[in-house]
Design a protein around this ligand. Structure first.
Ligand code: NAD
Length: 279
């Protein structure tokens, strides 16, 4: 199976998001970086949020500006209410408003249940779940204040929550992470129900195994990759661009009737591959 990044199929080079303004959290690495670049390529102005790693964030900004759109990097910890409010305030000052939020920032602090500290538990819940709540709240306030701008999008606003296959697949040794992503599912569905009547579309993208720093040990040796591939019916590890493309299309008016859905982008990981031979 060839890698997505080796292929020259670049569907989202269409300006699907021309004139829209997007904010991507955790956008200086992995999936967030590819997504910020993908949204820029599709015509959006992009805020590149990061918490550490200014240089990487600046490189993402430079790449996005190469598409002829605006971008800036903004340091903020998504689990800190004041920093999130400040980040949106700066975005409104520089870009005027927001059309697309991609609540992507996330981390793991893995341990067996009996070894897990309350700090590890809180850190993961704070960033992965509370961070998405805070960003979604600030984006929704602006969507409701501004209302529809028909020449920009059919929707008043779009929120995309970065979830995981672990919103439905239990994961031993990662109870904090799995609980946070299970929470993201209900966060997303409840916000979709609450905000839908106002013309705001809330959805989630749930990646499977994607080659990024968060899960390096799962793919960085041939043995580890072979083990991982057993869990993926499509038999390739995903690339960040696979997720970026899904987010770009989901944020666009091509998906205007898609509300409250989780788009699994996982090579079939959620198909219970252990049952492929009859169980
Ligand atoms: P990554 O480690 O490459 O990127 C995570 C990003 O989040 C980094 O930019 C990091 O700095 C940022 N971040 C961490 N804490 C933050 C905070 N407090 N405030 C702001 N930013 C913060 O990992 P990734 O794989 O690109 O992960 C991105 C998202 O995708 C996460 O939500 C992760 O749970 C999800 N995901 C990843 C995979 C995968 O296989 N890589 C699978 C399913 C879901």
């Amino acid at each position: 199976m060839t890698s997505r990044v080796d292929s020259d199929r670049r569907f989202v080079s269409l300006p699907l998001l021309r004139g829209q303004r997007a904010l991507v959290t955790g956008a200086n690495s992995g999936i967030g970086k590819a997504t910020a670049i993908g949204l820029g390529r599709a015509g959006a102005d992009v805020v590149v949020n990061y918490v550490v790693g200014r240089e990487e964030a600046d490189e993402v900004v430079k790449e996005i500006e190469g598409f002829g759109v605006r971008a800036f990097a903004h340091e903020a910890d998504v689990s800190d209410e004041g920093q999130v409010v400040g980040m949106f305030a700066r975005m409104f000052e520089e870009f005027g408003t927001i059309d697309v939020l991609v609540a992507n920032a996330g981390l793991q602090r893995d341990a067996a249940l009996t070894e897990m500290t309350v700090e590890q538990w809180h850190k993961v819940l704070d960033v992965n779940l509370t961070g998405q709540f805070l960003c979604a709240r600030e984006a929704a306030k602006e969507f409701l204040r501004r209302g529809i701008v028909p020449e920009v999008s059919r929707a008043v606003g779009k929120i995309i929550c970065m979830s995981s296959v672990h919103q439905i697949i239990p994961w031993s040794g990662h109870v904090n992470y799995a609980a946070s992503k299970g929470g993201v599912l209900m966060l997303m569905q409840t916000l979709a129900q609450e905000l839908g009547p106002h013309g705001i579309r809330v959805n989630a993208v749930a990646p499977g195994a994607i080659r990024t720093p968060i899960n390096r040990s799962a793919w960085d040796t041939p043995e580890a990759e072979a083990d991982l591939l057993k869990l993926i019916p499509y038999r390739r590890v995903g690339d960040p661009e696979d997720i970026a493309d899904a987010v770009t299309v989901l944020a666009s008016d091509l998906m205007d009737y898609v509300v409250g859905t989780t788009l699994f982008v996982d090579g079939g990981m959620t198909l219970f591959p252990g049952f492929a031979t009859g169980g």
